[in-house]
Ligand binder design. Structure first.
Ligand code: CA
Length: 233
């Protein structure tokens, strides 16, 4: 069955561009122009992915994500303007999965949609307590606390391991600096992004073949990191 996408966008030109893009890929879609209709359509049509413009005329986009997340796990891709950087981070922390920044290319948007659909499907197929995580040549055994790359065990410090586990548990999703700091160090107040970068660098040296060109952990400048999903090689 074709995937159904809900587009929430009050800008007519951008809305049309997204509509045309989705049509070329044979996605089913609905488009609404405000937050209230977005909530109704989400309930009614149960879309597979929601593309959400953060600046809506009625409800604040971040607020809308919180409302949707209170009862639905449908992947949400946020569309934000450059001056909405802070909102974008808040949107991710409120449960959005990903974002594109205006102006975006249609290829970029389609790639994000594919990631979101894949993530949603693998989430549905995943049993609650999967003891082993496999992604490409990376293997994490959560019960034994071991990490293997190409079948060879790599030795991580407790912080590096925790960081890797958090990323793997949310594979495909962009995790903000604040989210990672909270999950790994239980830091809530001040955000120590420089230390996070240091640990990320040492972790990458251990798991990435080419740390300067990471395959598993993608950097989102000023936002956070995402673990990319790879097929087993
Ligand atoms: Ca708007």
């Amino acid at each position: 069955m074709n995937k159904r996408i809900l587009v929430v966008e009050d800008d007519k030109a951008i809305g049309n561009l997204i509509k045309m893009t989705l049509a070329t890929q044979h996605y089913e879609y609905d488009i609404v122009h405000d937050g209230q209709s977005a909530l109704q359509e989400t309930l009614l049509k149960r879309p597979d992915v929601i593309i959400l413009d953060l600046g809506l005329p009625d409800i604040d986009g971040v607020n809308l994500i919180q409302k949707i997340r209170s009862w639905s796990l449908t992947p949400i891709i946020v569309v934000s303007a450059r001056d909405e950087e802070y909102d974008k981070i808040n949107a991710l922390d409120s449960g959005a999965d990903d974002y594109v920044t205006k102006p975006f290319s249609v290829e970029e948007l389609l790639a994000r949609i594919r990631v979101a659909i894949r993530r949603n499907t693998s989430q549905q197929n995943l049993s609650q307590s999967q003891p082993v995580f496999v992604n490409g040549n990376l293997r994490i055994d959560y019960s034994a606390n071991t990490v293997l790359v190409h079948g060879h065990e790599v030795h991580l410090t407790p912080i590096e391991y925790k960081l890797l586990v958090v990323l793997s548990k949310h594979v495909g999703k962009v995790l903000t600096h604040n989210f990672l700091l909270k999950e790994v160090w239980q830091i809530v107040q001040h955000s120590d992004v420089p230390s996070l970068r240091v640990f990320m660098a040492t972790l990458r040296k251990k798991i990435e073949e080419d740390p300067a060109n990471p395959k598993y952990i993608q950097t989102h400048i000023r936002v956070g990191y995402r673990m990319l999903r790879h097929v087993e090689e």
